[in-house]
Each structure stands twice: as C-alpha cells, then as structure tokens.
Design a protein around this ligand. Structure first.
Ligand SMILES: [Zn+2]
Ligand SMILES: [Zn+2]
Length: 124
C-alpha cells in the first residue's frame, strides 16, 4: 500500500521557482537548457541576492534593473544589471527564452540616443 513508488530523488532543484520582483511572474529557476537562471525572462529584472564583489549571499535583496547589453569576445550576449539600491553592477548571460524585444531595446538604446549628432558620420 505504501512506499511502493517513492519519488525520484534526482529531480529536486529543477522544479525550483522564484517570483519576479518586478512583474510578479513565477519563473522556473532553470532554463530549458538546464542552466540556472538569475533574471526574469519576461522583463529581465533580477534581484540582488548574490554579493558579486565579495562572493556569497548579499543582504541587499533589492531589485536589479537591466541597463545595457555587453558582447564579450566569446559572442554570448550579457545583460548588465544595476541594483536599484546599492548600484552594484553585474553581467549575466542572456538565456534562450529571454524577452528578445527588451534585449533589442537595450541593445539599440545608445544608438537611438547618441550624445552627439549623427550627421558627422555622413561627412566621413
Ligand atoms: Zn519579471
Ligand atoms: Zn544591491
């Protein structure tokens, strides 16, 4: 009657979820690729749970906003997050199911709002 079908012990953390601090979406802690996720795939916001300077958990726990895209030489896009409370910056790999519209918006923002007139390039 009992103990005939014990749950598999290996699946544990794959079912872990977190709630996005910005949009409230319940997000699986792992991507379809099996990688650990640290930001919401819908709005790309994150939470300051890890102390990236000293290592280990952070006590800040504030919202981290995506502010930019970085493209390292190995080619994988990274989202730059900045903590809304302590201003710590982090770089996190873009995941396969991240919101591509928001990623593109972040990527083109500097081009859409240049601090100098673009006409100069017409004269080169
Ligand atoms: Zn979100
Ligand atoms: Zn912080």
């Amino acid at each position: 009657m009992s103990n005939t079908n014990p749950p598999s012990p290996s699946t544990g953390s794959r079912t872990e979820t977190f709630t996005c601090v910005r949009c409230g979406r319940t997000v699986g802690a792992f991507t379809p690729d099996g990688l650990r996720r640290n930001h919401c795939p819908s709005c790309l916001h994150s939470r300051h749970v890890h102390d990236h300077v000293e290592g280990g958990p952070s006590e800040c726990l504030s919202r981290m906003s995506p502010i930019s895209i970085a493209v390292p030489r190995d080619g994988d896009w990274k989202v730059i997050h900045r903590c809304t409370r302590c201003d710590e910056l982090t770089a996190n790999r873009v995941q396969v199911d991240d919101n591509q519209l928001i990623l593109m918006r972040l990527a083109v923002r500097p081009l859409a709002q240049p601090p100098f007139p673009l006409e100069v390039f017409g004269e080169l």
